[in-house]
Structure formats: structure tokens, C-alpha cells
Write a protein that binds this ligand. Structure first.
Ligand SMILES: Nc1nc2c(ncn2[C@@H]2O[C@H](COP(=O)(O)OP(=O)(O)OP(=O)(O)O)[C@@H](O)[C@H]2O)c(=O)[nH]1
Ligand SMILES: [Mg+2]
Length: 306
């Protein structure tokens, strides 16, 4: 390296915040691709999802985490453990807030988690597209954010892309010097099985309401590359959507199979974009009673990926 060349920086960044503040949306915006699934349902993210940002000054390895929820239910406790555990593994913490909603108990929880972090903590005020400057100033005045934060707070919008480059710059500036860890064309290290299960779950979440999204998980039973005569490679998927009760099967399947048909159709389109080849999905809905009480399943669906 010549003296005038700036040092390359590589930082692992843990992302925390209450459910639905837009953590996964920010990961996607910073990585420039569909890395983490997004939905309007709180507690969409159930495991740590890694996304890689390639910048001229270095590389960021983003660790998306489940939203910090105040519920004491078994599944939420497992998810909270996944989120808080990130503190031991990262160089920089990114605490995300939603400025379109009043600062609340769960935001305070995120602030407390951030305060326990030993390294630099950057704060992102997301959903700025929904608020005026005056409303953002009022939110900040109202929020109990510690005054001694090491890094200024950045206003961003994951959906509009506002402030994303600046946020990347701030995160890089607080990352240690070090060589890039991942090749330029890699933006996540999730296994194909995990990505397929997540994209199907994203589509199921988009089409089910109330308790049903929380009561379902997706298991990929089979994933195969098959050659098609004259049509290139095909990714063939067999997956099961597990729910907790028979009544939920009917909701997911929908009238005349319209619900599951839409999940399959939209997941197929999304996965063809991710994998760049034709995708066929065979999808079933089955009941596994009280799976959210079973440690083995909770561990399996919430493990860090890659
Ligand atoms: N208007 C607006 N909506 C946003 C923005 N960022 C995210 N959203 C929406 O907020 C909802 C939640 O987004 P997610 O990215 O899933 O939030 P999350 O923090 O990862 O949520 P959990 O995984 O449940 O903790 C979705 O409906 C997003 O489209 C933003 O900048 N502006
Ligand atoms: Mg999320």
C-alpha cells in the first residue's frame, strides 16, 4: 500500500432494534439485493442473517437479528437470545429506530442493549420518508437516547434509499482496518435451503394475518438441480409449511387453494430472481401441534445461517 492510499476497512456490524423498525429492509438497502426477508408482521426475522456490503473503502458484514420483543413466550426468548448474542461477535453495533412511531418500551430495550455494547454504536433513525424534519426533531427530543452516544444519529429511509450511502460510510469509518473477507460477487452466505425456506415464509407472511404468520415455519424437504431438455437448469423444491392447528391449514391453503397457489407463484418468481434459473415448487401445509414449545425446532429455525 502506498502512503496516499487510504486503509481498507472490514467491519462486522450487528443490527438491533425492536420488531418492524426496518432492520432487514436496511440490510437489503445497504447490500443492494434481497438478502433478508421483510414483512409488515412484527418478528419476521428469526435468525441472524448475514449480508455483505462491498464499498470502495472496504467491506461490511451485516448481521441482521430478530426484533427485540418484550414478550416472555418461549419463542420470543429464543429470538431475543439470538439478537443479544450478536454483541459478542461484532465490531460495530447499529441500533435502528422507527421515527414514524413514538419511542416506546421496546425501543428502550434496544437502547439498553446498545448501551451494553463495548464498541462503537451507530444509530439509524429509519422511515424518515414518513416524517417531516420537524417531526423527526420532536421524536428525538422525546426519545430517551443517551446523550453520550459515540456516533451521531443518521436519518435514513430503507424504502426510499435516503441516507444509505452515508450510513455505510459511517459504519465503515468505525470499522477496524483489515482485508476484505468475501469475494465481490457475494452478498450473503446463506445456504440455498435457508434462502428458499425464507422466501416461501416471506410470501406466506404477506398473505396470512393475525396469529397465523407466527404459528408457521417452512421446512425445505428436498432441493435438487435438474436439467431440462432445451430449457437450461431447473431448481426443484419440495417444501412444507408447518402450522400449529388444523384451522390454520385452511387459512394458509385458502378458498379453492388460492392462498397456497399465490404463495407458490410469488415465491417462484422471487426465487427465480435469486437463483437466476427456473424454479418449481411443490408446497404442502401440515400441522405440528405446539411446535413453538419444542426446543429442537426453535433451535433449528433460529440458528445463524451460513
Ligand atoms: N415507509 C417505510 N417503511 C419501511 C421502511 N423500512 C422498512 N419499512 C417497512 O416496515 C416493515 C417492517 O420492515 P422489516 O425490514 O421487516 O423490519 P424488521 O425490523 O426487520 O422487523 P423484524 O424482523 O420483525 O424485527 C415492512 O413493511 C417494511 O416495508 C422505510 O424506510 N420507510
Ligand atoms: Mg427483520
Amino acid at each position: 500500500m502506498t502512503p496516499e492510499q487510504p486503509a481498507v476497512r472490514t467491519g462486522t456490524v450487528g443490527i438491533v432494534g425492536r420488531p418492524s423498525v426496518g432492520k432487514s429492509s436496511l440490510v437489503n438497502a445497504m447490500c443492494g439485493g434481497h438478502v433478508a426477508i421483510v414483512s409488515a408482521v412484527p418478528q419476521t426475522t428469526r435468525s441472524r442473517v448475514r449480508g455483505i456490503v462491498h464499498a470502495s473503502g472496504g467491506q461490511l458484514v451485516l448481521l441482521d437479528t430478530p426484533g427485540l420483543h418484550r414478550s416472555e413466550r418461549k419463542m420470543n426468548l429464543v429470538l431475543r437470545e439470538r439478537a443479544v448474542g450478536v454483541l459478542d461477535e461484532v465490531d460495530v453495533l447499529l441500533a435502528v429506530y422507527d421515527v414514524s412511531r413514538p419511542f416506546g418500551e421496546e425501543d428502550r430495550r434496544a437502547t439498553d442493549v446498545a448501551a451494553a455494547f463495548q464498541g462503537p454504536c451507530v444509530r439509524a433513525l429509519n422511515k424518515c420518508d414518513l416524517c417531516s424534519d420537524a417531526e423527526i426533531a420532536a421524536w428525538l427530543a422525546d426519545a430517551s437516547l443517551p446523550a453520550e452516544a459515540q456516533v451521531p444519529t443518521a436519518g435514513v429511509s430503507a424504502v426510499r434509499g435516503d441516507g444509505i450511502d452515508q450510513l455505510i460510510d459511517v459504519l465503515l469509518a468505525h470499522s477496524p482496518e483489515g482485508p476484505r473477507l468475501y469475494p465481490e460477487d457475494m452478498y450473503t452466505d446463506q445456504t440455498p435451503e435457508f434462502r428458499v425456506a425464507e422466501v416461501i415464509r416471506e410470501q406466506a407472511f404477506a398473505r396470512c394475518t393475525q396469529e397465523v404468520p407466527h404459528a408457521l415455519y417452512v421446512e425445505v424437504v428436498d432441493l435438487e438441480n435438474r436439467s431440462q431438455a432445451k430449457a437450461g437448469d431447473l431448481l426443484w423444491v419440495r417444501a412444507t409449511i408447518w402450522v400449529e392447528r388444523e384451522s390454520q391449514v385452511a387459512i394458509v391453503v385458502g378458498r379453492g387453494g388460492s392462498g397456497i397457489g399465490a404463495i407458490r407463484q410469488h415465491a417462484t418468481v422471487a426465487l427465480e430472481q435469486v437463483f437466476g434459473r427456473d424454479v418449481r415448487i411443490e408446497l404442502r401445509v401440515k400441522v405440528k401441534k405446539n411446535w413453538r414449545q419444542r426446543d429442537a425446532i426453535l433451535r433449528r429455525i433460529s440458528v445463524p445461517t451460513g
